[in-house]
Each structure stands twice: as structure tokens, then as C-alpha cells.
Design a protein around this ligand. Structure first.
Ligand code: DAH
Length: 341
């Protein structure tokens, strides 16, 4: 066979492969296909023009060589095309960073939880730890041990959610004062956040379920001065240092003496406005020195230890601080309300 024509085929093959190696995109591959395999004028089909001038016995081998090159070139072009597509897939960004993002839905704390956490944190700084107790209580813890006698109006069945004769939903977190002292020898210094229940008709200021925070500090030598100091510090930390406090004498069966504490109206700065009924003050809690009868009921010796206690509804300070004018908003789960906190 004429070495020259076979060499021609090999030469075109080398040319094709060299060009293929440097074809970097789909357009270059297509140009290559047209140049080498194009029906009219493609370099490989063109080789067939030599066929006529070859001796008869060399024609089949030559035709076969050209055909093989053609098949090989087609296969290599297809492989190169696939390689390019795979490469493009691999490097294509998986996320379109130009699209607007999806805002993650962040949960938030309920304002009651927020107020409670803040209160717990303030009292923790003063050395109080958190205690908890059951919401279904017996009369001993809700009344008797707290020095609330049988005939006291607070025990009226109409003012309590009784479950059985001697079981009710607790009306106050003061129950946990008793539970803590029954199970712990003095000294004790605890706060008790929790739910309480009273059959009140719901209005802007009342709910038949609300939250209280109870405080109790019993030790050798605890005085009313400690009580005033702790509550002053609490009020300043929770409402701000400019907030005034006022202790008014009051009565609770479980404390003696007892007081109610007012804070200077946060809305008018104690000048007097409709919110504070023009008094300049708003009541936030009850407190006093733990009654010796209560200490005796839990087995403490009132000659050895004294203590103070206080209790507040978490809703009330939360409403004052966050400017909420209806207690029912806390429980309605309206997202327009909730999302403001
Ligand atoms: N338990 C009282 C109430 O629910 C609040 C209270 C007043 C708690 C005086 C106390 C206290 O510990 O000393 O109205």
C-alpha cells in the first residue's frame, strides 16, 4: 500500500487529536467537528478522494483506515463534549445567591417568660435560688400552715377552684414557702415563680390563671431592713434606678408586720395620671416578716430564726414595664402581640 496515503490518514488523525486537546468549550468542539467531519469539505471525508487513485487491492485497507479514524474522531468528540458538560455541572453554583433569602422564623420568649427570667436573674444575684411546687395543693399548704384559719374568707369555696374537699388549684405561690421550709432546715433563701388560679371574671386586670413570684429568706437575724433593701434593689434593677418605692402597712395572715409595696408610676413619673389613678403610685407586691405561727407550723423555732417573705404577680410588673394595658393579651396567643417582644 502506498505509504503516503496511510501516512496522510495518520497525519490527519494527529492533527485532529492535537486540536481536540486544546478545544476548551462546546463551540470549539463544534468547529472541530465541522472542520474534520463535516459532510462537505471535512478533512476526514476528504481523505476518501485519494481512493480513486489507489490500486484496487489497496482500496479496502485504505477505506478501512479512514473509516476507523472517522469513528474514533466521532467517539472522542462525544467524550470531550460529555466531559465539558460534567465539568460545568460540577462547578455550577448550587445556590443562586442573587435570589432573595428566606427569613428564618425565629421563636421568641413570651413576655411573661421574659419578665420571669429577668426577675429570677435579679434575685439570683442576691443569692436566691429557685424552688417550685405543685399547682394542685392541699389545704395545709395553701391555707392552714400559712396561718389562714378555717373561717377566713380566702377559704370560701367560691373563691377557690376546689378539686376535692381538701384539694384545690393553688391560689398563691406562698404554698411553696411551706414546702421549702418543711423539707429544708434554715437558712433558706428562695424565690418561687409559678402559676396560680382564682375564680375571677376576666377583665383588663384579672385572669383566673396568672403567675406569681414568691420570695422567702429565713435565717438568724433577718430583719425588715433586709426586706426593704432586697425589694428596693429588685425594683431598681427591674424598673430602673429612678423608680421610687413606697411601703404601706397592710395585712396578710402569714406575715407580721405586713406591707404592700408601690412603685412610682412609670407612665407619669409619679406626677399623677389616669394609669395610677392620679396617685403617682402603683401597687406591685405584698410582703412582711414571716409570722411566728408559720415558722412553728414548719418546725422552725421563731426564737432562733426570723425571715421575710414577699409575693407579686409577674403579670403586673410586666404590664407596667412593657406598656401592656390588658392582662388578657398575655394568654390570647395573638402573634401580632407576641411578635412585639
Ligand atoms: N400570697 C399573697 C397573695 O397571693 C401575696 C403575698 C403577700 C405573698 C405577702 C407573701 C407575702 O409572701 O409575705 O396575694
Amino acid at each position: 500500500m502506498g505509504a503516503t496515503v496511510i501516512e496522510q490518514v495518520e497525519k490527519v488523525g494527529r492533527q485532529f487529536r492535537k486540536r481536540l486537546a486544546s478545544a476548551g468549550d462546546a463551540a470549539a468542539l463544534e468547529a472541530l467537528r465541522i472542520e474534520f467531519l463535516g459532510r462537505s469539505g471535512g478533512k476526514i471525508p476528504e481523505l476518501m478522494s485519494h481512493l480513486a487513485s489507489l490500486p484496487k487491492d489497496e482500496k479496502p485497507a485504505f477505506g478501512k483506515a479512514v473509516n476507523q479514524l472517522k469513528q474514533a474522531a466521532l467517539g472522542e468528540l462525544a467524550a470531550a463534549k460529555e466531559g465539558l458538560a460534567a465539568e460545568a455541572d460540577r462547578t455550577r453554583p448550587q445556590v443562586d445567591v442573587t435570589l432573595p433569602g428566606r427569613r428564618p422564623h425565629l421563636g421568641r420568649l413570651h413576655p411573661i417568660t421574659r419578665a420571669r427570667n429577668e426577675m429570677v436573674e435579679i434575685f439570683a444575684r442576691l443569692g436566691f435560688s429557685v424552688a417550685e411546687g405543685p399547682e394542685i395543693e392541699d389545704e395545709w399548704h395553701n391555707f392552714i400552715a400559712l396561718n389562714i384559719p378555717e373561717e377566713h374568707p380566702a377559704r370560701d369555696p367560691l373563691d377557690n377552684y376546689y378539686i376535692r374537699d381538701d384539694l384545690l388549684l393553688r391560689t398563691q405561690t406562698s404554698t411553696v414557702q411551706i414546702r421549702v421550709m418543711e423539707s429544708t432546715p434554715p437558712p433558706v433563701r428562695v424565690i418561687v415563680p409559678g402559676r396560680v388560679y382564682r375564680p375571677d371574671t376576666a377583665d383588663a386586670g384579672h385572669s383566673n390563671m396568672f403567675h406569681q413570684l414568691e420570695g422567702l429568706w429565713v435565717d438568724d437575724g433577718v430583719t425588715f431592713a433586709h426586706l426593704k433593701t432586697v425589694l428596693d434593689m429588685f425594683v431598681h434593677a427591674f424598673f430602673g434606678p429612678a423608680t421610687g418605692t413606697r411601703f404601706r402597712p397592710s395585712f396578710f395572715p402569714f406575715t407580721e408586720p405586713s406591707a404592700e409595696v408601690d412603685v412610682s408610676c412609670l407612665l407619669c413619673g409619679a406626677k399623677g395620671c389616669p394609669a395610677c389613678k392620679r396617685t403617682g403610685w402603683m401597687e406591685i407586691l405584698g410582703c412582711g416578716m414571716v409570722d411566728p405561727n408559720v415558722l412553728r407550723a414548719v418546725g422552725y423555732d421563731p426564737e432562733e430564726v426570723t425571715g421575710f417573705a414577699f409575693g407579686l404577680a409577674i403579670e403586673r410588673p410586666a404590664m407596667l414595664k412593657y406598656g401592656i394595658n390588658d392582662i388578657r393579651l398575655f394568654y390570647q396567643n395573638d402573634m401580632r402581640f407576641r411578635e412585639q417582644f
